[in-house]
Ligand binder design. Structure first.
Ligand SMILES: [Zn+2]
Length: 883
């Protein structure tokens, strides 16, 4: 049999296997197969992106379920790809241009886009390469990009359909504007952050009443240049006398009315609200109700314009400073308060976002949200964990129009065409179609300058990647997709929009199940960020400890909470486990030397020794449980931790140690142990494969096996009933061994020294078991069993222990410190008393007794009597010690 190299080198193993898997086509889906389909679409990372730890967790999960389902016999399609990340990518290329002293305007639209495509060709596949290093078993023949021809066609088609239905419309509205990026942003692209600001109380003189003012509180005093009114609540008694008054706008000295609207919150500030329709969403609404003019006071760069009077040409923040000084000088500044408030910022560049009046394109999401909610109510999509369902449905219930136009060049250009004076427009698939629809010549038609929000195209991802609008075989077979794995921070950006578009366009939800994974924080629960210096780079980790170790570390802590904490210790644990698997497997393989290769089959029970039956029973139990964890609740951390314990403790610490005597011996006994070991290891590797694909494959190849790759081996199934007798008999042995090890430890017996043991069995059956397993006891307990009987007396000065129903006496003549032994026995009595107390408490708890099955309650009562008899035995030994 071939050997594993003495030292585990993950880099070499992982690179070799990934290349082979991919070149053999083992990741490929088979749309023509008769197998049941299982499909996942990747949350497309940004084309500018690099694999971060969040991607590593998210893709480890997708890979786990893809591999697991393949082994279960499904035809798995995992679609990879990335999105064009409009603003981010444009920023990258603009930065490159800046180095050459150029701007995008120097190049012009067409040349600039060529430049972006060139960048994409050279640098745009970084993250897809990095996913391969993680082991991602995507079907790369289906790799898609949101700007691909087919996907772009899908975008155009959906836009036109919604436009023709009246669900996409253009209008002047207040949107979030980033003056740095020079584009509109959707509400969720402009998250609010608590900011230490100021609240300025400004005096607006009342016309005709010298020295009297209405005081208005604002955080943005520069916007008063765009005021058209001051509004108060009609119920506010402070302003009753001022009904119909006129005010003088400070600085510009324009006359504006004092108006009344119940929208105004009487408890905020002074109760008087300045109305600036072009620079605030609520003021915009009030302005519409009253028919006010909308005065825009700054340009797209955030620089004050001619409407701002003396402040023209100043940046918005410089203007704020200057205006406050001027108001103060004129006695119109009543006071300035420190004020903590939430300020919207650009999610790309963190610039303070301006509420800005602008002509933009919107999607009316309400009818689509209603359809998505109906599908949710019908249970067509379910969330894991379930609590996300409410967060998601609340969002849909309160959905607002989505601003989808962006004033950049990189993206899907809006397929709307105009005549020269823009008095006529239409949505069309081509210039020719537009010309025909508008009744013009092609050269008289102008296309809209804006592009669509990148999320518009990612919202179509589950069906655009499968070939829609064409009725492809893939669409019929893999849509709706089976599982979506994503982190919760893009639940609104992406998941909800995919649902709405899926139901609207396809008439069916895009995925049956959504698994929401955690975000990965550092060991102190802090978000990872470059500025904090606490970033764990998955690529560095793959270089040093290997992808398997990284995956194991992440999957073993993934608990579907909002954040999980990843520490260096956890990563070390991953590396240690891989080394353990390697070294233990190496040892096992050496011990399989001489075994006939065809004997992968499970040996018949009649040939097995107790430890063989026990490890096979444990293997079956773990197989059942791991499968249940992966199915129910997608509980990966419990699944992987169970495998860890099984491999490390059951297989390595107990079974191999117990089987050593036979493995080192000869004949049939040796062969049975070898066959049990080979069978257990092979199955265990199959169970481990979805979690740590590389190392499991490398070792599996050296075992007697069926098939070319572990990837295509079947997921283990349990065929036999649980061997309860083996489990309970082995428990007796392990309790004795634990007891002896404990005494050795506590009495500080030299590790190399063998001790002698006298065993006192409670009945004939147990005595027979101990006699039969004497060798195992001796080798694992490092002891010589002097006698096994039903009625041995404790030799004077021997140390005694209770191991379940068996008593163990260790005559440690000369080695024994009587005081130490008395203390130890007393401590043991105390421990049992504590256990009894806690069970009694449990049994007094009506909630427990009421709910628990009768068998469970009985088992608890039985434990009390067991512990009591242990205390009696220990008490007897204590008495003897005194005598
Ligand atoms: Zn920005």
């Amino acid at each position: 049999m071939r050997e594993l190299s003495p030292k585990y080198d993950p880099k070499e193993v992982e690179e070799r296997w990934y290349q082979l898997w991919e070149s053999k086509g083992w990741f490929k889906a088979d749309p023509g197969s008769s197998k049941e389909a299982f499909s996942i679409v990747i949350p497309p990372p940004n084309v500018t992106g690099s694999l971060h730890i969040g991607h590593a967790l998210n893709n480890s999960l997708q890979d786990l379920f893809s591999r697991y389902k393949r082994m279960q016999g499904f035809d798995v399609l995992w679609v990879p790809g990335c999105d064009h990340a409009g603003i981010a990518t444009q920023n990258v290329v603009e930065r490159e241009l800046a180095k050459e002293g150029k701007t995008r305007d120097d190049l012009g639209r067409e040349a600039f886009l060529e430049r972006v495509w060139k960048w994409k060709k050279e640098s745009g596949s970084t993250i897809m390469r990095q996913l391969r290093r993680l082991g991602a078993s995507c079907d790369w023949t289906y790799e898609r990009f949101t700007m691909d021809e087919g996907l772009s066609q899908a975008v155009q088609e959906v836009f036109i359909r919604l436009y023709d239905k009246g669900l996409i419309y253009q209008g002047d509205y207040i949107i979030n504007w980033c003056p740095r990026c020079g584009t509109a942003l959707s509400d969720i692209e402009a998250p609010h952050r608590e900011t230490e600001g100021k609240l300025y109380h400004l005096r607006y003189p009342i016309v005709g009443k010298v020295g009297e003012f209405v005081v208005v509180a604002t955080t943005r005093p520069e916007t008063i240049m765009g005021d058209v009114a001051v509004c108060v609540n009609p119920k506010d008694p402070r302003f009753t006398a001022l009904k119909g008054a006129k005010l003088e706008l400070p600085i510009l000295k324009r006359e504006i009315p004092l108006i009344e609207d119940s929208y105004v919150d009487m408890t905020f500030g002074t109760g008087a609200l300045k109305i600036t329709p072009a620079h605030d969403a609520n003021d915009f609404e009030i302005g519409n109700r009253f028919g006010f003019e909308r005065i825009k006071i700054m340009d797209v760069k955030g620089v004050m314009n001619e409407k701002a009077g003396p402040y023209q040409g100043l940046d918005r923040f410089a203007a704020r400073k200057k205006i406050v000084e001027d108001l103060k000088a004129q006695g119109l500044l009543e006071k300035v308060e420190d004020y903590k408030h939430a300020v919207a910022r650009c999610y790309r560049c963190d610039t303070v976002v301006e509420s800005y009046l602008s002509l933009q394109w919107f999607v009316n999401m309400t009818p689509m949200a209603e359809k998505a909610l109906t599908a949710l109510d019908r249970g067509e999509t379910f969330f894991q964990p379930e609590n996300w369902k409410k967060v998601y449905s609340d969002w849909l219930l309160n959905i607002r129009p989505w601003c989808i136009s962006r004033q950049i060049w990189w993206g899907h250009r809006i397929p709307v065409y105009y005549n020269a004076d823009k008095s006529k427009k239409c949505a069309a698939r081509s210039l020719a179609e537009a010309a025909q629809k508008l009744g013009l010549k092609e050269n008289e038609v102008i296309q809209d300058q804006d592009v669509l929000d990148t999320w518009f195209s990612s919202s179509l991802w589950p069906f655009s990647t499968l070939g829609w609008p064409d009725a492809t075989r893939e669409l019929g077979r893999y849509y709706p997709t089976t599982l979506l794995v994503t982190s919760w921070d893009i639940l609104f950006f992406w998941v909800s929009r995919m649902s709405m578009f899926g139901v609207e366009v396809m008439g069916q939800v895009p995925f049956k199940e959504v698994l929401i994974n955690s975000l990965v924080a550092d060991e102190h629960g802090q978000k990872m960020s470059k500025s904090k210096g606490n970033v764990i780079d998955p690529l560095t980790k793959i270089d040093t400890i290997g992808a398997d170790a990284l995956r194991f570390a992440l999957l073993s802590i993934e608990s579907q909470t909002r954040y999980i904490s990843l520490s260096e210790e956890r990563l070390d644990a991953g590396r240690n486990f891989m080394n353990k698997i390697w070294n233990a497997a190496r040892f096992m393989l050496m011990n399989l030397e001489g075994m006939p290769v065809e004997t992968l089959k499970r040996p018949p029970v009649s040939e097995l020794d107790l430890v063989d039956r026990w490890i096979l029973g444990r293997l079956d139990g773990v197989t059942t449980q791991v499968t249940q964890y992966l199915e129910k609740g997608r509980d990966v951390n419990h699944a992987v931790n169970l495998l860890y314990d099984f491999f490390w403790k059951d297989l390595c610490d107990w079974y191999i140690e117990a089987a050593k005597v036979r493995l080192q011996g000869e004949g049939t006994a040796k062969l049975v142990a070898q066959r049990t070991l080979a069978y257990t290891l092979e199955r265990c590797l199959r169970l481990l494969h979805p979690f740590c694909p590389f190392i499991s494959e490398e070792i599996w190849q050296l075992l007697p096996k069926e098939g070319e790759t572990i990837m295509r081996a079947s997921w283990p199934k349990v065929e036999l009933a649980p061997d309860e007798a083996a489990e309970s008999d082995f428990k007796i042995l392990s309790q004795i061994i634990y007891a002896v090890r404990n005494i050795r430890g506590e009495m500080k017996v030299d590790a190399k020294k063998q001790v002698t043991a006298i065993l006192l069995a409670p009945d004939e059956a147990t005595r027979a078991l101990l006699l039969q397993q004497q060798e195992v006891l001796q080798s694992l307990g490092q002891m010589k069993v002097a006698s096994i009987s039903l009625n041995a007396e404790k030799p004077r000065g021997a140390v005694a222990a209770v191991a379940g129903s068996v008593q163990v006496f260790l005559p440690l003549e000369g080695l024994l410190d009587l005081d130490l032994e008395r203390k130890r026995l007393e401590k043991e009595v105390g421990r049992f008393q504590g256990l009894i107390e806690s069970i009694k408490k449990k049994l007094e708890n009506e909630a427990f007794v009421g709910k628990a099955p009768a068998a469970v309650v009985d088992a608890e009562r039985k434990k009390i009597s067991e512990y009591q008899s242990s205390i009696e035995k220990l008490g007897k030994n204590l008495k003897e010690l005194a005598s």
